[in-house]
Design a protein around this ligand. Structure first.
Ligand code: MF3
Ligand code: CO
Ligand code: CO
Length: 273
């Protein structure tokens, strides 16, 4: 694929810094989440932690997005806007999507998200979150120089549909670098041996959105951001920023310790290479 940037070792080193900041901020969120907290309090936490690191929260003012992080609760697929009136209650699931830009090292972005349980999850909630987590893990295992973008989507779709879930089509993974969203597009559905070839030095996100019911989505008519499942059933998502290498990949947003809030399933992404 011609248009996709191949990063130099120096650029990769700077990317690692931004990605590790995002990973650390997401870990902090996991530690602080509580029943009764508002999603705007999560926004404040992410904003302050990002600024404290000398970085900038990429979502803020991105195409007019009004906050510093996306908080997507239950039937919200992605791009949920933090709100001072949305309090977390027992049984909720929430995806927190952190993107950090580090201006001191050329402004590279790191993008990562996870879905957390608030209190005890229902069986359905547990299922969709685990399928989303495992989808990302299986997708990461497909990444290496010479493999094709379609292999990623195929791995996710085969697994998630086999588990009785569906894969969102309207939003995809993306190249990332000094710009938040670039080529290639990385669909989370598709066919093996199709699509562009991955090349060592490419960096992109994989961020499967997995629904319990239909994959179809609606965008909020008023705020123009919040994406809901059309049937208003649950949706879950996990995201990592990934560097393609000769023999596999490096998960640039890999967490250095397990994510609190996902202990139910452990956090095997910790050991993914
Ligand atoms: N972080 C999201 C992604 O994974 C994008 C959020 S764009 C925003 O691509 F404007 F909603 F923040
Ligand atoms: Co992303
Ligand atoms: Co993201």
């Amino acid at each position: 694929m011609s248009g996709v940037e191949i990063k130099s070792p120096k650029e990769i080193e700077a990317m690692r810094v931004a990605c590790q900041m995002a990973a650390e901020t997401l870990l902090l969120v996991g530690e602080k989440l509580r029943v009764g907290m508002t999603t705007d309090e999560i926004n404040q936490l992410v904003h302050d932690d990002t600024i404290r690191r000398g970085a900038y929260p990429s979502p803020l003012n991105y195409h007019g997005f009004p906050k510093s992080v996306c908080t997507s609760v239950n039937e919200v697929v992605c791009h949920g806007i933090p709100s001072p009136t949305r309090r977390l209650k027992p049984g909720d699931i929430i995806n927190v999507d952190v993107t950090t830009q580090y201006p001191a090292r050329d402004g590279w972005h790191g993008d990562t998200s996870a879905t957390f349980f608030i209190g005890e999850p229902s069986k359905e909630a547990r299922h969709v979150v685990e399928v989303a987590r495992k989808s990302l893990e299986l997708a990461i295992a497909e990444v290496r120089d010479g493999a094709r973008i379609g292999d990623i989507g195929a791995a996710i779709q085969e697994y998630a549909e086999g588990q009785g879930c569906s894969v969102v089509r309207d939003y995809v993974g993306h190249g990332i670098g000094r710009k938040f969203h670039t080529d290639p597009q990385v669909p989370h559905y598709g066919e093996r041996n199709k699509g562009a070839r991955m090349k060592a030095g490419m960096i992109f996100t994989i961020e499967p959105m997995i629904n319990l019911g239909t994959f179809e989505c609606d965008v909020d008519k008023q705020d123009k951001w919040t994406v809901y499942t059309r049937d208003r059933r649950l949706s879950a998502q996990f995201e990592h920023t990934i560097l393609v290498t000769r023999d596999g990949c490096e998960v640039l947003t890999q967490r250095k310790r397990p994510l609190v809030g996902s202990e139910v399933f452990g956090d095997p992404l910790l050991s993914a290479t």
